[in-house]
Ligand binder design. Structure first.
Ligand code: 13P
Length: 341
């Protein structure tokens, strides 16, 4: 029996839980492993991710879904158990990154369009057989005083909607991710510029989803928060980020969308947690608000592990701590003093 898209989406944003983005491509995971002096091989990538997925406390209590890369979806743990089965047995939903990356947009220097639509129907059907019940596609919008162009926003919105529609046909919940980057080339833009560009991008994305008749109740939105660029002289308080992000989302995101799961995008681990908690504490929201963090969930665990089998328990402790902090943030109950304790 196929599960309903709406039920899968609700499970992904259940109270106090969120999504672990562990879908780094082979190139990106190599950078992460390089940073701890570990050579990237099929085995080390497996060992690292197996450590995360076997962290029972984090996985059972705070993680509702895991986004995987193609290799990981097909990989087995050291004892032969498919990694997908570890995720399922922890009560989390396995998901898959299906885009083929952001590629230079013709005629638009410094901008990209995400590719991967050709053959996507067939790939989705195979991913479904392999156990994936949700997918992710990331459109990247570069921001500056003059970027993005209308073209970049519109082609990425169109591709996101094409992808979302194909996912739903295959019984897979699409995570729709239009990311306005905070850590791009110059990143000196201020928080108001981020607000303006994010609002326009979300509005165009929902117009494309509407035009292509995507079922909003069977999707999850993965947006950036409204933050200044990392090199902007004027940084923002937690409260300002929370207020501006909520205003932007309330203006652009239909209430039929069951949940919004933020990317961390280069925020520190604690910032990403504090922002999410502040928004949930403000309350009275029409959708669930949670996390779909990559770096902000994994950085401490990666460092504590350091590629050594004797450090697996330390890596798992670090992952559990971060997952628990974000689980609290997903219900607005995180406090700085719990962080230290
Ligand atoms: P970050 O949280 O590290 O930005 O990664 C989330 C993600 O999946 C981006 O596509």
């Amino acid at each position: 029996m196929t599960e309903r898209l709406e039920d899968i989406a609700q499970a992904m944003v259940q109270p106090g839980q969120g999504i672990l983005a562990a879908d780094e491509s082979t190139g990106t995971i190599k950078k992460r492993l390089d940073s701890i002096g570990v050579e990237s091989s099929e085995e080390t990538r497996r060992d690292y991710r197996e450590m995360l997925f076997r962290t029972d406390d984090a996985m059972n209590n705070y993680i509702s879904g895991v986004i995987l890369y193609d290799e990981t979806l097909r990989q087995k743990a050291a004892d032969g158990t498919p990694l997908v089965d570890l995720i399922k047995s922890a009560g989390a939903v396995p998901g898959i990154k299906v885009d083929m990356g952001a590629k230079p947009l013709a005629g638009h220097a410094g901008e990209t369009v995400t590719e991967g639509l050709d053959g996507l129907r067939e790939r989705l059907n195979e991913y479904y057989e392999l156990g994936a019940r949700f997918a992710k596609w990331r459109g990247v919008i570069s921001i500056s005083d003059t970027l993005p162009s209308k073209t970049a926003v519109s082609v990425n919105a169109h591709a996101l909607a094409r992808y979302a529609s194909l996912c739903q046909e295959a019984g897979i919940v699409p995570i729709v991710e239009p990311e306005i980057t905070m850590d791009g080339a110059t990143s000196t833009h201020d928080i108001n510029r981020c607000f303006q560009v994010t609002l326009e991008t979300l509005q165009k994305t929902f117009a494309a989803l509407d035009e292509q008749e995507v079922n909003l109740e069977g999707m999850i939105l993965k947006p950036n928060m409204i933050v200044p660029g990392i090199n902007c002289a004027q940084q923002a308080s937690v409260e300002e980020v929370a207020e501006k992000t909520l205003l932007c989302l309330k203006t652009a995101v239909p209430t039929a969308v069951p949940g919004i799961a933020f990317l961390s995008g280069g925020q520190s681990e604690e910032q990403a947690t504090a922002h999410l908690s502040a928004m949930n504490a403000m309350g009275d929201l029409p959708w669930a608000l949670t996390f779909s963090y990559g770096r902000a969930l994994q950085a401490a665990a990666l460092k504590a592990w350091g590629g050594k089998s004797e450090n697996v328990a330390a890596g798992q402790r670090a992952f559990t701590h971060r997952a628990r902090m974000n689980g609290l943030a997903a219900v607005g109950s995180w406090k700085q003093d719990i962080e230290a304790a």
